[in-house]
Design a binder for this molecule. Sequence first.
Ligand code: SAM
Ligand code: DTB
Ligand code: SF4
Length: 340
Amino acid sequence: MTEIRNDWTREEIADLFELPFTELLFQAATTHRAYHKPDEVQLCTLLSIKTGGCPEDCGYCSQSVHADSGVEATKLMDVRQVLQGAAQAKDAGSQRFCMGAAWRNPKDRDMPAIVEIVKGVRDMGMETCMTLGMLTPKQADMLAEAGLDYYNHNIDSSPEYYEKAISTRKMEDRLDTLQNVRDSGINVCSGGIIGMGETREDRVGFVHTLATLEQHPESVPVNALVPVKGTILGDMLHDTPMAKIDDIEFVRTVAVARITMPKSMVRLSAGRESMSEATQALCFMAGANSIFTGDKLLTAPNAGDDSDAALFERLGLKALTGEEPLRKEKQSEKALEAAE
Ligand code: SAM
Ligand code: DTB
Ligand code: SF4
């Protein structure tokens, strides 16, 4: 069995990126098979529980107040509404419900509602994931106590590229929160975005940062930049010669993440909507074994359940959860009961 290592060097990771594509894919697929069933893909669904108006200036994000993307700012959704979303996701066969808030960090006054949401979704029998920005150790402990299964907090890129994409916080702030999450006992979900104009070296640094954490994140989302008009990076992609990420380079990144973090779930995350089926198939071959389903990510469109069902059929893939989807009415009833 492929050994789990936390002592990867940048050179070793750069060498993996340099392998002939067929060899890289073979190594990644071999590693994948040692820890996962290659025909099973985990289905996760996203819901933005607090959209827009975020004070951070992440250059890719439609929800930043610094972007002119037209995304309307909302307040935190009420519990009942969130549970309805979770019920729909469960009916559609999703295993995990991931909830995102456009915050730099949650305020202490937000925590009781967040705790109630975690408990409610968990009671419906779904895995819960939240991404709320930076957390203090106390907040992480509160979420752990509520039963939160995963916390998503992306490092997004290499330490060097990070400060080019975001100025309002540092990579170390991100790593501190990841440590707080780890210490609380919640599973860690951390990945990043490919195609922000970073170099190959940055992609090496990005994988290196994750693969040398004391314990690898249990989930590693690999997003392709969704170029949203009105964001700095989105506009660069639309209006200047900054090239869209090459599909083969994207697949290489997935493969290198798989080889260096064999046990983790590698999620083919944002950006699937503009990816061909052939590229997605290569990502699954390279070891991606998780996706976001449903027709919306947080604010951006996603591939949608029908096209994913068709893709799974063509590729002979199946959803990781063995559970039969419940009837809509039945599940919604349960969700509403739980909210009362
Ligand atoms: N505010 C919280 C935070 O930043 O951690 C949670 C929400 S934030 C939208 C979650 C992640 O979505 C970001 O870390 C980033 O990796 C990803 N993301 C945001 N906008 C994106 C885009 N346009 N394309 C691809 N990924 C994006
Ligand atoms: C992650 O790595 N990707 C998801 C999730 N974690 C929260 C978010 C993708 C956001 C895509 C852009 C949008 O919908 O606004
Ligand atoms: Fe805010 Fe998160 Fe968007 Fe950054 S990525 S602007 S922190 S919502």
